[in-house]
Design a protein around this ligand. Structure first.
Ligand SMILES: [Zn+2]
Length: 380
């Protein structure tokens, strides 16, 4: 059998650096066979400039917003951004689907092998049917008014039925400020133990909504004609306000976490959700709010941080490399091994794809990429 043998400047296994002079050996199709010292690897070793790494996992994306690239200017702030997405997302179906197809292609070139993708429509279905990328589709539901909950949930369920034919799928809450307790209950009862994802503490407006009630999010509801006069702020952060509604049996990816505090993490320990990951999307945070995920979270949750690109409505590209570069520029003390672990093994664990992806362990097919001066090359 013709093995493939790769020797890079360094080799990251998905969990740590391999010893210097290690060679990665795979089967022709990319299945990992072994990591061995160069002296034992035999002939035909391909020398690669750069770090060898398993393929990247994009833990938060909205493929269906790809046609909105460059439509919303940067730095609008959260609420104007959300309003622009709501009012501008319509387009010809051909335009939407072509943009989704091209975004999927771009992610393949960027060395991404799996994607957690938020769905409010069925638009991404066609691309997902034939893409070599592994997708987990998160069918997102929202509705802050309790008596709309059943209707919203049923719509989500109908979409979920379609997506799960082509890969893992879940019905998930949009965000603390947009989901009623009744809708949380329907989500929790539907598939206990499943993987959920929720936008969390992306902006100060979100926390203020729950802490004081004085928040630009009220303007959002006014603008879309929804009367939330019933809402009494619970005087806690948004995450703390909704933790009691979460099903402790579920696995959860909290997305953004820009305003998450140590106090929030303490509360998360008191209301434990089975397994919680924190997805950071620095590119989108910079684009919308000129903010960054907090350093303490990155230090405190090394084993639970994952990386997302968010959508092309709020980012210039769908590239995990660019997200890592932003983190490295902003927080130069973060070790490269942490950045790579977040983009590989942690992402695979979060998406329940670690049996196949995330690390160079015998039998897995995680993809092989080379990272050289923040340029990615896909080798397998
Ligand atoms: Zn998002």
């Amino acid at each position: 059998m013709a093995y493939r043998k790769f020797r890079g400047t360094k080799l990251f296994t998905g969990k740590s650096w391999a010893p210097e002079d290690s060679v990665l050996i795979t089967l022709p199709g990319g299945q990992v066979e072994a990591i061995v010292p160069a002296s034992e690897a035999g002939e035909d070793i391909q020398a690669i400039e750069g770090i060898l790494s398993p393929g990247f996992i994009n833990a938060h994306c909205h493929l269906e917003l790809s046609h909105m690239k460059s439509q919303i200017p940067p730095h609008t702030g959260m609420v104007p951004f959300l309003l622009r997405v709501m009012t501008n997302r319509q387009a010809a179906i051909e335009t939407i689907q072509e943009s989704i197809y091209l975004a999927d292609q771009q992610m393949q070139k960027e060395g991404i092998v799996a994607v957690a993708d938020i769905c409010n429509t069925l638009h991404s279905l066609e691309t997902k049917k034939s893409s070599p990328l592994q997708y987990h589709s998160f069918v997102e539901v929202s509705g802050f008014i309790g008596n709309t909950a059943q209707n919203r949930f049923d719509q989500g369920r109908a979409a979920w039925e379609k997506f799960r034919e082509f890969g893992p799928a879940s019905i998930v809450p949009h965000a603390p400020y947009s989901v009623s307790p009744e809708l949380f209950r329907l989500i929790n009862e539907f598939d206990p133990g499943c993987l959920l994802s929720m936008h969390n503490q992306e902006s100060k407006a979100e926390n203020d909504f729950f802490l004081t009630g004085q928040s630009a999010l009220r303007d959002l509801y006014t603008a879309i004609g929804v009367n939330i006069g019933f809402f009494q702020p619970p005087q806690t952060t948004s995450l703390q306000a909704v933790l009691p509604y979460m099903n402790p049996a579920n696995k959860l990816i909290l997305v953004h976490n820009v305003l998450t505090s140590m106090d929030d993490l303490v509360c998360l320990e008191k209301h434990p959700v089975a397994d919680t990951y924190f997805c950071v999307c620095p590119g989108a945070n910079q684009y919308i709010n000129q903010s960054m995920p907090p350093r303490f979270l990155l230090d405190d949750q090394v084993e639970k941080i994952v990386i997302g690109t968010d959508s092309l409505a709020s980012n210039y590209q769908l590239s995990i490399t660019e997200e890592l570069k932003l983190l490295a520029d902003f927080y130069p003390e973060i070790p490269m091994s942490h950045l790579l672990q977040w983009a590989t093994m942690n992402g695979a664990m979060a998406l329940n794809m670690d049996k196949k992806l995330g690390s160079f362990e015998k039998g897995k097919t995680p993809g092989v990429i080379a990272l050289n001066n923040w340029q990615v090359t896909r080798l397998l």
